[in-house]
Design a protein around this ligand. Sequence first.
Ligand code: NAD
Length: 508
Amino acid sequence: MHPTSAAVGPMDAPQQAFSAAQQGFDRYRHLSIAARLAELAKLKAEILRSRTSIVERVMAEVGKCRTDALIAEIIGTVDWITWLEANAQALLAPERVKTPITLFGKKSLLLHEALGVVLVICPWNYPFHNAVTAIAAAVVTGNAVVYKPSEHTPCTGLLEACLATSPVLQALVQIVYGDGAVGEALIEQGPAKIFFTGSGPTGAKIMAQAARQLIPVELELGGKDAMIVFADSPLRRPVAGALWGAFTNAGQSCSGVERLLVESAVYEPFLEQLVAEAKRLVVRSDDPGDADLGRMTVAFQRDKVTQHVEDALAKGARLRFGQVPTKDHLLVTPIILDQITTDMLVWREETFGPVLPVMAFQDEAEAVHLANASDYGLCASVFSADKKRAMRVAAALEVGGVSINNVNMSEGNPGLPFGGAKKSGFGKLRGPEGLLGFTRSKAVLIDQANSKIEANWYPYTREKLRRFDRFVDALYTPRLLRLIYVAWHGLRLEAFSQKPRCSTPNKI
Ligand code: NAD
């Protein structure tokens, strides 16, 4: 019988889940990559088949609009599995590594091996996408997974229903529901690695707890992404890009635009267009398909939006569009603020809601300085008709990803790694780096089965030391015909090393 991905109660769940995942790992650890991909292909087919019900379930729990749900939860997820199908075999195959001349006659190999049972902990904003992306990478690399969704958007039973298409995946993926205390109990079970997506404060707690058991962690944390618009950019595109970048998923996106920097020469016309377009946005719950924004997910996040907006207004910001959210409901009209100063919460801390503060800049240097003056460093975007300048700015930004003349789009390519700099975390999801993050590399050096003695083995003698010294000189002193010198001294050292020691043994 396979252990199945069953949801169990919070008390005994951590121990049961780890034990079932370990059984799954032991049972399937020798499954080929092709066989693992075949299981993921079943999951992909099931996601596509049941995409409408997945979208509706996520809409109901997160509150997002229908198009946001389809794009991020379904397309983003299926794209990643498709990328794994095309790339995982080659990336995970044993690699031949060049062996230097000092190790003549030997071969070097690099293996990418599974870690064991890994723990995936997710936040509430993209509950299906975040979970399946990490789970697919973990499984294709040979691991088993214990997954804990957020207590705010657990989508209970949704993932289990998708995994039911593959008994192998059911055995390899165990799901435990619960809050932070359950997360702590899961870490106590000693996973091989923790893949955490969520807020910085929780990331710090997890890292501290993991440190006590020396468990490696990857942290995908919050952001305060800047979007920079230069005056040479045709305005229509960055205006539309800023609205989508700031307000997609009701602003509850780790790489949403949270700071908009506009070159002063076009600042006012840009802002006027931005506000005019914002007025057209449709905000509603139970979206049949033509809403741009849904509701916010949780009351505490809406209250944070209120706090940031009130703080900004108290410090002199101007409300260009929207209104301060009230406590009555979670539907929040997009908010655009200007006359921003850098001491305002809305400019300094992650808001994670539909709020867009806008600031003017004079020149390229000031734009880069303002964008980098943040504790966070997840992603950024640059709009300019001058490709060289856009690349220069992209290189100067202290972030994990940059979109040029687009927004939130470096993460749209599953072949590119996603993950932050500074307090936005470390480690990557997706791309080759993200995939290899779920593996342990093993270095293998292969030599001949013969009776030869290595030059660096005992006995050490003065004569051997002299010959080693000559060899070092031949190796590293630049000269004509250097390789002939190296070969000559290497062979002499090698021949000398085969002779037995003639001195008296065991003298201290
Ligand atoms: P959160 O940190 O409050 O919770 C995230 C998860 O951690 C939840 O499942 C929660 O139950 C669990 N948790 C809480 N305390 C824990 C503990 N002590 N030990 C173990 N697990 C614990 O974050 P959130 O409010 O759910 O999500 C919003 C945050 O996530 C934002 O900061 C957002 O930017 C960030 N985020 C980052 C990315 C990214 O890829 N960088 C993606 C999405 C969201």
